[in-house]
Design a protein. Structure first.
Length: 257
């Protein structure tokens, strides 16, 4: 059994863990996933709350952080899944919106022998820094070039936060996957080239591009305005900057150079 450790290496005592978990706002959980932490059989917990308001967010029902699932339900479930699942993913919403509860959850999850993973947009880099030692893998959303963040997230300083979060993840050497949702009304071809160039300059070598999905999007206008425009020629241009770019699985892009 591993000790309860926080990023500074000191045990987080039960008197802190128990109330943090009791106050945790979980909007739901998925009992099994093979895609949320690539290469792992995971349960996925969805944290409520997010300080950003990305127009394409497909989990907008989680923004206000209503508690739907008590932690004890999750813990009982995980006890029954020992040996069947090997990891737990904390997703959202935005886990960093309730970092103390997430820290406690990650510690308990590790104690039970599961690997730990988290999806985040890096909304609060200092909170992320405290969690990195508790994580085996991070799925980090990159919204676009950092200068375009305010338009996409509705938050003025979001680009600065995201850049700092990315630099922390890279410096910590935690396994990670960077992912970008491409919506044609929010990211132009020039934006994509600028973003990939920025990421390459920061030392990123791999990026997963995902198509916008209208399911769950609260912005009805945006949901119907998406026209997939990522072409093989643009894909080739992006790959000339960063060779390892994973493209959406659309027929015209399968086999793109
Ligand atoms: S950061 Fe993520 S959860 Fe928050 S609004 Fe944006 S897409 Fe939704």
């Amino acid at each position: 059994m591993s000790p309860h450790l926080h990023a500074g290496g000191c045990p987080l005592p039960p008197r802190v863990i128990a109330p943090a978990l009791a106050a945790m706002r979980l909007g739901g959980f998925v009992p099994w996933s093979s895609v949320d932490y690539p290469g792992h059989q995971s349960a996925v917990l969805f944290c409520g709350g997010c300080p950003w308001r990305c127009r394409y967010c497909h989990n907008s029902h989680l923004w206000h952080g209503t508690a739907e699932v008590p932690w004890r339900t999750v813990e009982e479930f995980l006890e029954r899944r020992r040996g069947l699942l090997d990891a737990v993913v904390i997703s959202g919403g935005e886990p960093l919106a309730q970092a103390q509860a997430v820290a406690a959850a990650l510690q308990v999850i590790r104690d039970k022998g599961f690997a730990t993973a988290m999806h985040t947009a890096g909304v609060a880099p200092r909170r992320l820094a405290r969690l990195l030692a508790l994580l085996d893998w991070v799925g980090l959303d990159i919204k676009g070039p950092f200068a375009r963040y305010p338009t996409i997230t509705g938050s003025r300083r979001s680009g600065l936060a995201a850049r700092a979060a990315l630099e922390m993840v890279l410096a910590a050497g935690v396994a990670c996957e960077l992912r970008t949702t491409v919506h044609s009304a929010l990211l132009s071809a020039a934006d994509l080239v600028a973003m990939v160039t920025e990421l390459r300059e920061l030392g990123v070598s791999r990026l997963v591009l995902k198509d916008f999905r209208s399911q769950g999007c609260a912005d009805a206008g945006l949901a119907v305005r998406h026209r997939p425009w990522l072409t093989p020629a643009l894909a080739a241009r992006l790959r000339a900057i960063m060779p390892d770019i994973v493209l959406p699985g659309r027929p015209e892009l399968v086999g793109a150079p």
